[in-house]
Structures are given as structure tokens and as C-alpha cells.
Design a protein around this ligand. Structure first.
Ligand code: F6P
Length: 545
């Protein structure tokens, strides 16, 4: 039986955290560490080969106790169980939230509307594996009999960011005889640049769209069809050069793609939670079915860890609660994700949709306006590049920016001393952020008095260090699931619906209304505000010149 859950800010643990925050907010990590020689070993957790050092956070044992208490009072355990069980926890769309079923093992049973969905998941995976195998081996031929050399994924949001991120992250494991490109933006430049040096005869398009109605994707897909047919001059070529990934069979066949070449998924997979569904078809073609299944096993291992581990040792729970602590008590507005691995260069962009589309909400599940901060802004770039760009602000600016530094003990490309140099920067940055450099230390170096304030580092900047052995498909699955479940944890504490995205709708509707108005010959009266009307008029006349 679920226990009744009090509103967020009236929970005893929340109130206790408010008082506790006042008591400890002035404490410096220097003093916290000095008082406890074991902290660096103690405030760590490890599971599934992912090691988390969270000791350099502005927390005490009491903070952690209260945060775990808050998770309990928020009903987190019940909510985790409800998600894994397939309850319709996405209440505004009346849907289950079952990305965890995408990586369930064959023997599991997860029932939605009376149907065990696990066999369907594996059926699609098998179909993807067979198709990927045919493309990779050259057995799947283009309309004129040529082997496919280029795969272009057309999609946007979750139907793009996951596939691009995974392709970049797992490039080391990919088939280098095939080029992979990704077209997302409705800006024609994206399509033009992706195709300018390619031949339609050996190019395969994957049109990836859950709804198959998204304006950007359908515009790009239509341009791709026109580009293909301009050379191949026969509608029958579409079947050889286009496949679809979607939940909308009707829309797919309306577009002209044979539904035999459609890879399905389900309404209980959110776009931003779909890179391990058929949306990952480009990933599977790139890295092969076996590696894709290893990635799923990684996701699953983290799912099981999240589902079964006490909060005190639970990586996503710890990370999620720390974000709540910083967002609501320190009022930190952003979180920096800093992967020290070039292959993870698109990971921050991927996490932006995952975190911000999920937790960028201002009302609770039952429609009350929240009185506290919810989803922080996630951003980042790979190290060490960011160090020579925005780290200045993190070290010496006026804002508190919690950082996640992600690194691997072994490089996939061991070149000379590169990896030691890279890793020394990970450890150095976390150390510098936490401990800084006092004015006394600066003075002792003989620095002129006038420069001392400029060369002083306050420190007390929090960070997590996430460390793993090396980047594999399995590890990527674990890392993505780690953040998925951290986002879930945050959403539960904040009582918000992390699985809808109504905030993207208004702009879409208005754009549809404006499209015909941009026609220079249109005489329709403009009925927007004076600014929008003037901008449209200016665009029309600029276009007409
Ligand atoms: O506009 C937001 C969004 O709905 C995302 O949630 C989704 O990932 C993206 O658009 C693409 O949607 P689809 O896969 O249906 O084309």
C-alpha cells in the first residue's frame, strides 16, 4: 500500500533541510575535509562498474541523512516500483513510462493494458538485428544494386540526440566502411550539407519519428525523397532507400514507406528515453547487434541497481538528491556536465533534452504551481576544452555551478602520455574547485598585493567525479540510465510529471499558423501582436527584393 505523501515543502525532511542549510551553508569544503580524514573514501558509491565520488559536495552526514529521509517521505520507493510495474505514471498523457522494458531480459514480464510487452520488445530487437546485419554485410542493396555506404538518420529531439550521441560515443566500435550522418534541423542547410557529397544510389535514410508528424522531420524526409528520386526516377526506389522508425504505422505508409521496413516502438517510450528502442537503429547498424545488446545489458544493470539498492548506496538517487539540494537550497541554477572523453562530446547535448524536457515544469502532478525551483539548466562540453573557455566562471565567478566530471581509467586510443595528462586534469579540476587557493597561499608565493584578490580561488565549488574503467557500449548504457534515474528521482521529490512535454506545443502551433503568412503574395491580415506583425512584414519584403 502506498503511503499518503505530503506536499514537497511541508515534508518534515524538507523543513529540517531548510534549517540545516542555514546552519551549514557557510562551511567550507576545506574545513569539512580537514575534520574527517576518511571522507574521500567514505562519500563514494560504486555499482555496475560505475564509481561515484561525491565527497566534494557541500554536504555533511546530516545533510545526506535528511536528503535520504526526503526521498523516503516523497514516496520514491513506491514511485520506482510503479514505474517498473508499468503503472500509468505519465498522468497527463495517460501512459505507462517503460523505457526500462526496452532493456528487460527475455524472461521478464511487464504488463501494460493486459499485454506482456517484453516479447514485443525482443521481436523488434530481432528485426532490427536482421536488418542491421543485412546492411552491414552488403546484402541489403540500393535500388540499382549497390551496397549501402551512407546511412542518414532523419529525426529531431529524442529521435536525433540519442542516435547522434550514441554514434559519437561508440564510434570506436562502429563499422568504418559506412558513413553515418544525422539530419535534424529544418534549416535546409542541415540536409544540404549532409548530402552534398553523397550518391542516392548507395544512401539509406532512416526516418525516425515517434509520431511521424513532426514538421522538421517530415520536411527533411520529403526533401530526402525528392533528392533520391531526382536521381533514381522511380517511386519503387523509396522502398530500398527509406526505412522508418515510428509508433505510427498509418503515417509511415502514407509517406510511402513499406511498413515491412518499419521498426516499431510504443507510446510508453518517451522520445528522450528512446535511444535504446528502434530509434537506435542507426546505432545498431553502426556498432552491430551484439554491441547494441551489450548496451542494453548496461542499461538493465543500472535499472536493477536503481530498483533494488537502498537509497544510501544508490547512485542515481544520490545524484538526484544532490541536484535537489543545490537547486532548492543553494539556489544553483545550472549543472555542468563535463565528460573527459572526446567520444562523449555530445553527451551534454543529449542530457539537455533528457533533463530539461523532463523536469522543466512549474506545476505539480495535481496542477499546483510550485513554490520552489525545479529542473536546473544542464550544459557542458568535454574536458579539457571547456577548461580554456568557461571554467573561469565556474572557478571565480559569482554563481555556484555543481559539476559532474566523467572520466575513464583507460583510453580507447592510448597515445603517448595523453591519457595521464587528461586524467590529471580531471583530478586537478575537482581539487581546485573544492579547495581553491587562499589569499595567504597566494601571498606566500610572493604575488604583489594588488594581484592577490585576482589570483585567489575561493573554492567550495561542488563536484561529482564519475569514474569507470573504459568506455564500452555497456558502459554507455549504464551512464545514460544513471542520468535517466537521477532525473526521475528529482521529479519525484518535486512532485512534477517528468514524462510529458507540453511546453513545446505552443511554439509548434504558432509556427504552423505563421507558415502561410510568410508567403510574400499573401494578403491575409496579420493578427499577431505589433512586434510579430512587423517582423513578418519585414521578412516578406526582404524576401521579395
Ligand atoms: O517537440 C518535442 C518532441 O516531441 C520531443 O519530445 C521528441 O523527442 C521530438 O519532439 C521528436 O518527436 P518525434 O519523434 O515524434 O518526431
Amino acid at each position: 500500500m502506498s503511503e499518503a505523501v505530503a506536499p514537497t515543502t511541508s515534508r518534515p525532511a524538507w523543513k529540517a533541510l531548510e534549517a540545516h542549510f542555514q546552519a551549514i551553508k557557510g562551511q567550507h569544503l576545506r574545513d569539512i575535509f580537514a575534520a574527517d580524514a576518511t571522507r574521500g573514501e567514505r562519500l563514494t558509491a560504486e555499482a555496475t562498474g560505475v564509481f561515484l565520488d561525491y565527497s566534494k559536495n557541500r554536504v555533511t552526514d546530516e545533510t545526506l541523512k535528511l536528503l535520504f529521509q526526503l526521498a523516503k517521505e516523497s514516496g520514491l520507493k513506491d514511485r520506482i516500483d510503479a514505474m517498473f510495474r508499468g503503472d500509468k505514471i505519465n498522468i497527463t498523457e495517460n501512459r505507462a513510462v517503460l523505457h526500462v522494458a526496452l532493456r528487460a531480459t527475455k524472461d521478464q514480464s511487464i504488463v501494460v493494458d493486459g499485454v506482456n510487452v517484453v516479447p514485443e520488445v525482443h521481436e523488434v530487437l530481432d528485426k532490427m538485428a536482421a536488418f542491421s546485419g543485412r546492411v552491414r554485410s552488403g546484402e541489403w542493396k540500393g535500388y540499382t544494386g549497390k551496397k549501402i555506404k551512407n546511412v542518414i538518420n532523419i529525426g529531431i529531439g529524442g529521435s536525433d540526440l540519442g542516435p547522434v550521441m550514441a554514434y559519437e560515443a561508440l564510434k570506436h566500435y562502429s563499422d568504418r566502411s559506412i558513413n553515418f550522418r544525422f539530419v535534424s534541423n529544418v534549416d535546409g542547410t542541415d540536409f544540404a550539407e549532409a548530402t552534398q557529397d553523397l550518391d542516392p544510389e548507395d544512401t539509406l535514410f532512416i526516418v525516425a519519428s515517434k509520431t511521424f508528424t513532426t514538421l522538421e522531420t517530415m520536411t527533411n524526409a520529403n526533401s530526402a525523397r525528392a533528392w533520391t528520386l531526382a536521381k533514381l526516377k522511380d517511386d519503387a526506389a523509396v522502398a530500398k532507400h527509406f526505412v522508418a522508425v515510428s509508433t505510427a504505422a498509418k503515417e509511415v505508409s502514407k509517406f510511402g514507406i513499406d511498413t515491412a521496413n518499419m521498426f516499431g516502438f510504443w507510446d510508453w517510450v518517451g522520445g528522450r528515453y528512446s535511444m535504446d528502442s528502434a530509434i537506435g537503429l542507426s546505432t545498431m547498424i553502426a556498432i552491430g547487434p551484439e554491441n547494441f545488446r551489450a548496451m542494453l545489458a548496461g542499461f538493465h544493470a543500472m535499472d536493477e541497481h536503481f530498483r533494488t539498492t537502498p537509497f544510501e548506496k544508490n547512485l542515481p538517487v544520490i545524484m538526484g538528491l544532490l541536484e535537489v539540494w543545490y537547486a532548492d537550497f543553494f539556489e544553483a541554477e545550472t549543472v555542468a556536465v563535463l565528460p573527459y572523453d572526446q567520444y562523449l562530446r555530445r553527451f551534454p547535448a543529449y542530457l539537455q533534452q533528457l533533463t530539461m524536457e523532463s523536469n522543466g515544469k512549474h506545476v505539480t502532478l495535481d496542477g499546483r504551481t510550485v513554490t520552489y525551483e525545479t529542473g536546473p539548466i544542464y550544459w557542458g562540453e568535454p574536458g579539457t576544452n571547456g577548461q580554456h573557455s568557461f571554467y573561469q566562471l565556474i572557478h571565480q565567478g559569482t554563481r555556484l555551478i555543481p559539476c559532474d566530471l566523467i572520466a575513464f581509467c583507460k583510453s580507447l586510443n592510448p597515445v603517448g602520455k595523453h591519457h595521464d595528462i587528461l586524467m590529471s586534469n580531471v583530478f586537478a579540476q575537482a581539487e581546485a574547485l573544492a579547495f581553491g587557493k587562499t589569499a595567504e597561499q597566494v601571498k606566500a608565493e610572493g604575488v604583489a598585493d594588488a594581484l592577490v584578490p585576482h589570483k585567489t580561488f575561493e573554492g567550495n565549488r561542488p563536484s561529482n567525479v564519475i569514474l569507470a574503467d573504459h568506455l564500452t557500449p555497456e558502459m554507455l548504457g549504464k551512464l545514460v540510465a544513471l542520468y535517466e534515474h537521477s532525473v526521475f528521482t528529482q521529479g519525484v521529490v518535486w512532485e512534477i510529471g517528468s514524462f510529458d512535454q507540453w511546453g513545446v506545443e505552443l511554439g509548434k502551433v504558432l509556427a504552423q499558423r505563421i507558415i502561410p503568412e510568410l508567403d510574400a503574395s499573401s494578403s491575409a491580415e496579420l493578427k499577431h501582436d505589433s512586434s510579430t506583425n512587423a517582423l513578418i512584414r519585414r521578412y516578406r519584403s526582404c524576401k521579395a527584393k
